[in-house]
Each structure stands twice: as C-alpha cells, then as structure tokens.
Design a protein around this ligand. Sequence first.
Ligand code: TEU
Length: 547
Amino acid sequence: MRITDTSDLWWKNAVVYCLDVATFMDWNDDGVGDFEGLAHRLDYLSEIGVTCLWLMPFFASPERDDGYDVADYYDVDGRLGHLGDLLEIIRTAKDRGMRVIADLVVSHTSDRHPWFVQSRSSRDNPFRDFYVWRDEPPAGSPANVFPGEEDGVWQHDERTGQYYLHHFYKEQPDLNMANPKVRDEVAKIVGFWMQMGLSGFRVDAVPYLVDPSSAGAHSFLRSLRSYVSRRSGEAMLLGEVNLPYDRQLEYFGGPEGNELTMQFDFLVMQRLYLALAREDARPLADALLERPALAPENQWATFVRNHDELTLDRLTDDERAEVFAAFAPDESMRAYGRGIVRRLPTMLEGDEQRIRMVYSLLFSLPGTPVLFYGEEIGMGENPAAPGRLKVRSPMQWSTSRHGGFSNADRLVGPVVEGRFGPEHVNVSQQRHDPGSMLQFVRRLVERYRNSAEIGWGELTLLDHEHPSVLAHALEDPEGRMIALHNFSREPRELSLAIDRADASTRFVDLLAGGEHRLDERGRLSIRLEGHGFRWLRVLGPDAKRLS
Ligand code: TEU
C-alpha cells in the first residue's frame, strides 16, 4: 500500500460517527440540540478518534420522518441554528482531522417542498413530472416501507384526480429521477453542499432512488459518482442498499467500482445477531465468506446499530424468530414485523463482557466501522418513545438535568430512564474511569487506526474445532493480525495452525498486552474466556508495523 492510497482513499480505514444534531447537545436550552451544542462537543468526538462525522438530516423539514422529509435542500432546520453555524462545524471538524458527510435524501421530498406544491397543483404544471403520477395504481405495486402505518405506495390526490408514488410516508412523495431536470437539481444540491465543505454523502434509500429494474438506475449513480469526484478528489458516497450481495455489487458498479464508494453491510449485521442469539459464530462466518470481492477503492461499512429499526429482513422467518425471541421478546420492542427498536446493551441485558466482545468484533471485521451516537458509552433506548424514536433519545453527557443534554422543560424527545439512564450511563463519568466502555471504545479505535490491514487487508478464516469462535486473520503487504471472538458464554481452548509462522514469530496481544509464541507442536494455543476476544499482531523478526 502506498502512502498516496492510504490518504486519498481515506474512507478505507475511517471511523464514522453518526449523530442527529437535534438529539446531541442543546446549547441554547430550547429543548432541541443545535449546531452550537455540537460545536462544543467536537473535541469529545476527536478524543474518541472519530475521523468522519455523518450528520443525519439537518435540512428544513416538517419532521414527518425525523428530517428524512426535506422541504428545502438549501436551508437548515431553524431549530438547529443557521447555515453559518453549520459551516463553522464543518470547518472546525476538519481542523480536528474529522471529515463531515451528510444524508442525501433525494429518493423523495417532503410534500411541503415547493416542487411538490407546484407538481400537485395541476396536471400541466412544469413541475408535474418531478414526481410520479398515474391515473390508477398499477397492478403489482410493491408494499410500502412502513407497513401498518401506510397501506400502499400510491396516494390519490383530489385536486388533479391522479395518484402519486410514495415508498415511504404519504407525506414523502417519490421524486421522478428518470426526469433529467430532477437529476440536474440533485447535482446542484450535491455541488452546493460539497462547496460548503462536505466530504461526501450517506445516500439514503438508494434502491428507491431510481426504478431499480431500469438500466437508468446505474447510469445515474455512475454519473453522480463521476460528478462528485470531479468536484473533489476526496468525495465519497456511502449508500444505504439493503439488498442481497449480488445486487449490492451492482450498486458498487460491479468490478469497476464506479458507482457507490461504500455500502453498509446489512447481511453481516443481521448474521451477527443470529450468531449472538445462537452462541455460534458460523452464520457470521458464512456471511463474511459470501461477501463479493470489491474494487480496491470500494469498501464495506460495518455497523452494529443504526438510527432505524435493526432490520432482520435478510434472515429466514425461522432465523428472525430466533433473534426476536433472544433480543426482543416483547412485541413492543419490534417494528414493521422485521426489526428491533432497541440498542445493543439492552438486548444483551447489560452484559458488559458480551457487549465489549461485539464492539471488538465491529472494529476488527474487514471494513470501515460506523458508530451511532451513544454506542461508545453503552446507551440504551427509551421504550416509552414511539417506534424508531426509541433509539434516538438525547445523548447522555452527565448526571446533570436531562443527562446534561439541555436545561429546557420540554425536550425534543424523552431522556432514557432507569438502569441505562444518565445516572448510570454518561460521558462525564466514563471519561474519568479507565475501565469504562468509553475508554474501551477509544482503545479499539486507536488499535483499529493502527491496523491498516483491517480496512485494506485480505480476510482468511482460520480452521479450528469450536463453532462458537470466529477466528479471522487480516493481512496486507505490511502487516498481519488475527482476531478471535468467542460467541459462547463458556470458555474455549483454541489450537490454531498459523501459516508462515515459526518459533521466532511473536503474537502481540493488542488489547490486553503481553505476547504469545507457537507451542512445541508449532501451533498457537489460546484460551478464550466466555465471550472473550483477542487481537493479535503477528510479528516476524523484520516487522515494522506498531504493536
Ligand atoms: O431508510 C430507508 C429504508 O428502507 C429503511 O427505512 C428500512 O426500513 C430499513 O433499513 C429496513 O430495511 C432511510 C432512512 O434510514 C430512514 O430513517 C428513513 O425513514 C427512510 O430512508 C426514508 O427517508
């Protein structure tokens, strides 16, 4: 790997942190988080070792879908501050070595967006074709993404007597991306925000952006990618594509890799939960082996939780039932029949060792890890909030009022109470406790940043006799590491054959310290505690990579 590759393709070993400005830190005490609050927390984020902030939608919006319904792409939600405040965030973040990306939500707009207001006003309005109108709902239409909340994807509009398409809420009419004028508008929006200093976008709901059955879908993504790359060499598109791997590969642009730069690995995420439920690493191992090879500049984004329901839609019905039974026994913990609206620590009933095992895995799986705010301190969800808002509660900073998030009487959403509330789980305490989850995550981030083979290397799964243990090796031309994760609550004794190792090879424990050597049979023998984990740097006598 050359130095130019590592710095140009910055996303290959970034640490991404997703947050919603509205729930992060409220500086003016109006109950809603704001840019000024975030500005005061940038040093905290850089302390963790975050290298890329992903800001959830901050645009002007009627908030039908928590900002994923944009009414003005060129303005920010007034509750958060103004454009100048956001610009200041982007500049300061860069100064701390953090790039900023934002959601690009253009598969639909809000129904209050001026384009839709025009479009629905008459059949011959120049904006009519910005959206998708039909006389009758076509047969064989897909189901709505929000079953139970919306009946279908076609909404009758009285004024003009036609139906418009909406895959999400009816207040989120789908844009007609087949219309070149719409594509031009998207290009303008993207260009504007890049000029403002964004380093890329988390592209929302990609399969809904363009009719996926049309060839046009991919030509649009190819032109978007080349457009952003022309505007800036650092531009990155991180797509949300929850589809089987062969379809995801198409959205990367196949072996050429000229469409989305990165995509979330939804399959690995879902199989991780199945593996946890079964205390058997094989479902996860199989997913890792099924991953298609990517072009060198492309990358998987790995994650444990995000801001939506933990979707289990890629599992079979029986597998999903297993995960539900293990981690969401109550119906109220589920959403849309396919997902779980909880955070990891509550699903694992606060089992600290097991929670840490999962984060150790996140940072050692091949790919680029994405954290959702609060994961670094082990926050839980708020069961009292509706639907997905359960996992979007205010960040917990301290034991002060409302967890130090705000001094307002009414908040944007309720703070978590009880065992996972701010009295027990907060940043301030954990900053001073060397044994805390926060310090543990900082350590993982530091080790990850020091281990380029995780983002760049080749993956090999090591053979051994314990189905409950994932043993994987990652190697690039400059270094090699081995990661061991025990999904079982019982301890396991491993005996591993290691390629190209001999008596002089050192296996340095990157997390716990100390080192191992091959035993007299020439094997690496390691004992893992229940839910134990290890990262070992493999060092020959001529090694240069830090350990
Ligand atoms: O999500 C798109 C989407 O399809 C998910 O909502 C889906 O339900 C889930 O991933 C299971 O597959 C994005 C945003 O993440 C979500 O918050 C928005 O509601 C949605 O787009 C509409 O903009």
